[in-house]
Structures are given as C-alpha cells and as structure tokens.
Design a protein around this ligand. Structure first.
Ligand SMILES: Cc1ncc(C[n+]2csc(CCOP(=O)(O)OP(=O)(O)O)c2C)c(N)n1
Ligand SMILES: [Mg+2]
Length: 562
C-alpha cells in the first residue's frame, strides 16, 4: 500500500528509475503523500532530519560526494524557506538536488490558511528550474503532464551545469489515504549526454593567440577529483612559459602545480607583481578561495582571459574575460597541448624559486610558533588520515588550510559556492554519510554553534570527526583590514563569547575532547582518530588576539627581503 495519489506514486517511481536513491524527509502533514510514496518505494532510502536547513545541507553533502541528485521533502510554509541557504550553495557549487515542497491548495494561498505562503518560484534567484505538479490527476493528460514534469526536472538537475531543481506540490485533503500502487506505466524521458569539441579553425585561432603571450597561467577553482584532468594538466605544466595554480578544493595534486597561492602573492613587492602576473589567464572550475589572487589579477590584469566550461557558464571574476570556451577543460588541454610549440622563457622558473623560498620561510616561521590557530592547523593536517575527505568550514579554517602544501592523498570540500557559515557541519555529515570514508571537518566555533542542529540527526555518520578551532568568536574579523580596527569589532563582528561545544556534544552523545595547550594537542588528536567508526569532536581553545597577530606577522615575514 502507498499514497492513493497516483501523481505522487509516479513521481517517486520516475525519480527512482532515473537514478535517485535517497530522499531526506522532514516532518509535516501537508507532505504526508510524499513521505508515504518515498518511504514505501522499495528502491529509495529515506532519512528523517527534522531541521529543514540541516536536512538540505546534509543532502547537499551527499550529492557533493556521489554527484547524483538527492531529494529533500518538506511541508508547506517556512519549512520550505529553510531550504534556501543550501539550495543557493548547491546552485553555485553545481550540485544536483531535487527539492520537493508540499503546498496548500492553490485556491487557498493568501487566504489566511495556516502554514501557507507563496511557494511557486520561491527559490527563483538560485535554482536551475522550478515546476509545479498538477493538484489532482483527473485525466490521462494530467498524468502525462505530471510524469513529463518529473522527468524534465531530473534532467535539468543532472545535465550540463548540474544544480538544484524545485518541484512545488499542492495537495488537497485527505492526505493520508492509502491504495495499492497503480499499475499504469510511468513515462520516462531521458536526455542523452553530448560532448562539444573545438572546430579546427577555432583551435588554429586559439593557438595563434597562445603563441603571442610569453607568460601563461592556468588557475583552477573548486573541482571534483578528476584523474584524467590531473594527468593532462601535469603534461601541459611541463611548458616553462606556463604555471598551473591550484587550491585544495581543486582536488588536483602534483609537484608541478603551485598550490600555495596566498603565500606567493603575499610575498610579492609592488615592483615584482607585474613579473609574476600572466599575459594569458586560463581558468576553469568554480569559486576560487584566495582573495589575494583575485585582487592581484584585477590589479595586474592579463591581456587575455579564457574561461573553459562545457556549459558555457563564465563568470568575469577578474574583469578581463575576453573568451568563453564551452568545452570540458580536459578536452581543451588535450586539443591545445599537441599544437602549442615553444618552451621559452623563465616564467615558471620565477614562480618555482619564489615558491621554494616561501616553503623554507613557512617552515622556519612555524618552528617554535606558540599555540595559535596557525600552529594548531599544522598539527591537525599532520593527523588527518591519508585517503580521507577533508571538509573545510568557511571563515579562517578554509583559509588556513590553503597555507599548507598538500602532502597527503585527501579529497577536499568547502561550501565556497556562497561561503556561508550556516551549513558546514550538516554538509560534512551528509558527505561522510554518503562516502563512507573517514571524514574530518575543520571548523570555527561560530560556524559550529550556528549549525549545531547538524548533530540532531539519528543518521549522524560514524565516520565523521569534527575539529573545532574555538577562538572565542569570529577570528577572521580580527584579521581583515578595517574590521579589526573599529570599536564594533568585539560585540558586533567577532561576536566574542565564552561558549564551548561540550554540552552540545553531550546532548547528542558524541565523544568530546577539549584541548587548550600545544603539549597535549597530539594526544588529543590521536584520541580523536583512535577509533574509525566512532564520531568525535575535538575542541581546541585557541587565543583569539595572538592567533590574529601571528597570522598578520606570518604574511609580513613572507614579504620580508628574501
Ligand atoms: C550565514 C552567514 N552569516 C554570516 C556570515 C559572515 N561571517 C563570515 S565568517 C564569520 C565568523 C565565523 O566565525 P568562526 O566560525 O568562529 O570562524 P573564525 O573566523 O574564527 O575562523 C561570519 C559571521 C557568513 N559567512 N555566513
Ligand atoms: Mg572562531
């Protein structure tokens, strides 16, 4: 037996047949037919998460790892609004999600009915596509229309630039009627994958331009692990007139790449900057974490900037974009590599020398460094298990990780689509739940407290370790120029506090360790990673003022005469 609403029976079945395997259900009455249809579908795993904001970020974390859509199901009203932060993140991070919101009957919207708001198109500004299912199925045409929409929605979420799609579902009562599953066949519409390539004439033109520029830079943003791309990038980085700049969230690793962008940029004097700047900039992937490289490339604009992305989406982040190349980055490099001759110039050598010097200075600065966020990060990265997933919360956590050269086989993720601190823990929980590999979240205290409802989840993954750098507030505001000098800093920006996660961990039965000294840190880290399948929290209480000063001096030290 399942819901008697055949449109909803078909919805669950079509999504299943197109590849959906998990639905995150949040409680309510209006969404009962959806809950029945999903929970009673033999092929769909259903998870119950009460807080819709956490549920949506958990789903995002799962889809981030699987690259397959996850469905989220909410009741009507503000429940649907609470999905918005994760949907915006999924939109800019290119993560497929099927967002299902139950709604009051159309005729009752704005009629002072309970839990009723205008839900049609509710996520308009950050959704790939929005749909509304027919309220009742009275005819074959209604059923055809219903089924067609569901296929279309799934196709929109998964083809081209992936992303979240919204299906609003108005329901009249009764809501809890059961019936045998209908025997009518569900209609499935599939869309085949296509692959674009560069015509010979275009390739010839690009190659001619390529040879005009002595200094080329490939800058990669957020990307999912891709061995083929890693390999072709290593090949092209053999060219001495080219540098490949990566970040941890690019999930690319090679000794030929330059992963410590902020270190190099912060060490450049104004006169040196123009030598390190490229003539031709080539970008691909999503958001770049480094604020410094954005400022550097806007201040030292390249003569040409090409953005490579199959969907044709091309943000002009550095204000010098002049060519959009709608093919996959791996296809672009495979096409251009064999026909770009020449290996002249010392551009790469210049970067190599500076990078090597900075590594020496980095090591020198960290030796004997007192207990601080930077020192603690060094120890944490040494303790994170090999071949695990590292989730980096926004604010200084994700930025500190960029200061260290990746030295382990890790996959990296961060919610850099919109850089919110409101769902980092829930995302990490979803990612760990889906990947089943050891997963570590490094987070600040405010971000952790903000999303502490992430622990309010009976499906909380056993393979997740949470490390909180508790610097008693938003430490980033002690570092940012401007905010660190105003009297509003402590109360309104840093939001200084004295809370810990101890009681939250206790409330949700999660193993908790507290550390506030360097000489006990390694023991605490070993304890945290002792047991694989036991979730744990390590809270490290770090000095706020010293940590910010140490970070400022670190960049000053890198800049000092080499
Ligand atoms: C939802 C949301 N609200 C506000 C902000 C602005 N913001 C950015 S960082 C930050 C403070 C984060 O503090 P914490 O997590 O302790 O990290 P720390 O700065 O100490 O590393 C805030 C409030 C944001 N990014 N997202
Ligand atoms: Mg903090």
């Amino acid at each position: 037996m399942t819901t008697d609403k055949t449109g909803i029976q078909h919805l669950a079945d079509i999504l299943y047949k197109k590849g959906l395997r998990t639905a995150i259900l949040s409680p309510g009455s209006r969404n009962a037919p959806l809950v029945l249809a999903f929970n009673r579908h033999p092929g769909i795993e259903c998870l119950s998460i009460i807080d819709e904001r956490c549920a949506a970020f958990f789903a995002l974390g799962m889809a981030q790892q699987s690259r397959k859509p996850v469905a989220i199901v909410a009741t009507s009203g503000t429940a649907a609004l609470n999905y918005a932060p994760a949907i915006a993140e999924a939109y800019y991070q290119e993560i497929p999600m099927i967002v299902l919101t139950a709604d009051r009957p159309i005729e009752f919207i704005d009629q002072a009915e309970g839990q009723s708001i205008r839900q049609k198109g509710i996520y308009a500004n950050y959704i790939k596509a929005s749909f509304e299912l027919p309220q009742e199925i009275y005819s074959n045409d209604d059923q055809w229309y219903n089924d067609r929409i569901v296929s279309q929605a799934f196709n929109e979420a998964t083809i081209g630039r992936m992303g979240p799609v919204h299906i609003n579902v108005p329901f009249r009562e009764p809501l809890y009627q059961l019936a045998q599953p209908s025997s009518s066949i569900t209609k499935i519409i599939t869309r085949v994958e296509t692959r674009t390539s560069l015509p010979g004439t275009v390739l010839k033109n690009l190659t001619e331009i390529w040879h005009l520029f002595p200094r080329k830079m490939i800058l990669t943003g957020m990307l999912h692990p891709d061995m083929e791309l890693n390999h072709v990038l290593e090949n092209i980085s053999e060219k001495s007139d080219l540098v490949v700049l990566t970040e941890t969230a690019s999930n690319l690793s090679s000794d030929c790449f330059f992963p410590s962008i902020d270190r190099v940029i912060s060490s450049l004097s104004p006169t040196e900057s123009s030598n390190f700047a490229p003539d031709l900039l080539i970008t691909f992937g999503n958001q770049v974490i480094s604020k410094m490289i954005k400022a550097f490339l806007r201040k030292n604009p390249p003569k040409a900037h090409w953005h490579i992305e199959a969907s044709g989406y091309a943000p002009d982040t550095y204000q010098s974009l002049n060519k959009i190349i709608p093919v996959r980055p791996v296809d672009f490099i495979n096409a251009i590599l064999p026909i770009t001759k020449g290996n002249a110039g010392d551009y790469q050598q210049l970067w190599k020398q500076r990078d090597k010097l900075n590594e020496e200075k980095h090591q020198e600065y960290l030796t004997n460094l007192p207990f601080s966020d930077l020192k603690v990060m060094e120890q944490i990265l040494r303790a994170v298990p090999e071949f695990s997933n590292l989730q980096m919360a926004n604010s200084t956590s994700v930025r500190y990780v960029q200061l260290f050269k990746p030295f382990k086989q890790l996959s990296y993720n961060a919610n850099r689509g919109t850089s919110g601190i409101d769902g980092c823990t829930s995302t990490a929980a979803g990612a760990a739940y889906e990947s089943k590999i050891p997963t570590t979240l490094i987070t600040g205290d405010i971000a952790f407290l903000y999303d502490s409802n992430a622990l309010w989840n009976k499906h909380f993954p056993q393979n997740l370790k949470i490390i909180i750098l508790n610097n008693s507030g938003g430490g980033i505001f002690r570092f940012i120029e401007g905010s660190s000098d105003i009297e509003e800093l402590e109360e309104f920006l840093e939001t200084r506090h004295n809370f810990t996660a101890k009681h939250i961990a206790k409330n949700f039965n999660i193993d908790y360790t507290f550390c506030d000294k360097l000489n006990t840190l390694n023991d605490c880290l070993s304890h945290l990673y002792e047991k694989d399948q036991v979730p744990g929290i390590l809270e490290i209480k770090t000095p706020a003022v010293e940590s910010a000063d140490i970070l400022k001096s670190y960049f000053k030290f890198l800049k000092e005469e080499q």
